[in-house]
Design a protein around this ligand. Structure first.
Ligand code: GRF
Length: 198
């Protein structure tokens, strides 16, 4: 069997990326939408790292050119012959051009039990709602944020003295285990080069 090639998308501290690399998953490129530690991890681990900077596409306000940015990301993934796209703390919702090329082959991990608490502030929202249990969800990404088919979930108990930071860290401990395990299952189920639509 030809080796499956993963492209990992990051925006932040990249601890989940580190977990994927520690697990020996075949990451061939790391793509970031802003300068971030994730790119430094890629360099340290001798994995190709590419910055597709949102600032070059209108930044973070109304002027953001989402389709053009998405095409820029897809171009990098194509250049590296990626089979499976893995979002690991990626702060941009990719638009239709990504799904035209990689539909059904884009994974995400989210720090809540979807469909509860979608969006960028899932941990804060769970705390504010007084949830006693939250967790994380690995799912297929679609054009609608945090709404794609769920592949795996695991609960994390909320402690009375939790802050967003302490709760998020405990959720991430689970994500660092659940995400690589779920990616392995997806690969075993047959996502691979034969799935490429080009
Ligand atoms: C994770 O909790 C992920 O679910 C969320 O961002 C966090 C990424 O953490 N989307 P890190 O940057 O890998 O440490």
């Amino acid at each position: 069997m030809t080796r499956v090639r993963l492209g990992v998308l990051v925006s932040g501290t990249g601890t989940i990326l580190e977990a994927l690399l520690d697990e020996g998953l075949p990451v061939v490129v790391v793509v970031a939408d802003r300068p971030c530690r994730g790119l430094e991890i890629a360099a340290d681990r001798h994995v190709a790292g590419v910055l597709v900077d949102r600032q070059g596409f209108g930044g973070f306000g109304d002027a953001f050119e989402r389709d053009a940015f998405t095409r820029g990301v897809v171009e990098v993934l194509d250049d590296h012959d990626v089979d499976l796209v893995v979002m690991a703390g990626f702060g941009t919702v990719l638009s239709q051009p990504a799904h035209d090329t990689y539909g059904g082959r884009i994974l995400n991990t989210h720090p809540a039990l979807l469909p509860a608490f979608p969006g960028w502030h899932a941990v804060e929202d769970a705390l504010a709602a007084g949830a006693t249990v939250t967790g994380c969800t690995v799912h297929l990404a679609t054009v609608d944020m945090d709404a794609g088919p769920i592949l795996a979930q695991e609960e994390v108990a909320v402690r009375p003295d939790d802050t967003a930071a302490t709760l998020h860290e405990r959720i991430k401990e689970v994500e660092r285990r659940l995400y690589p395990a779920t990616i392995r299952k997806v690969i075993a189920a047959g996502v691979g080069p034969e799935g490429r639509d080009r």
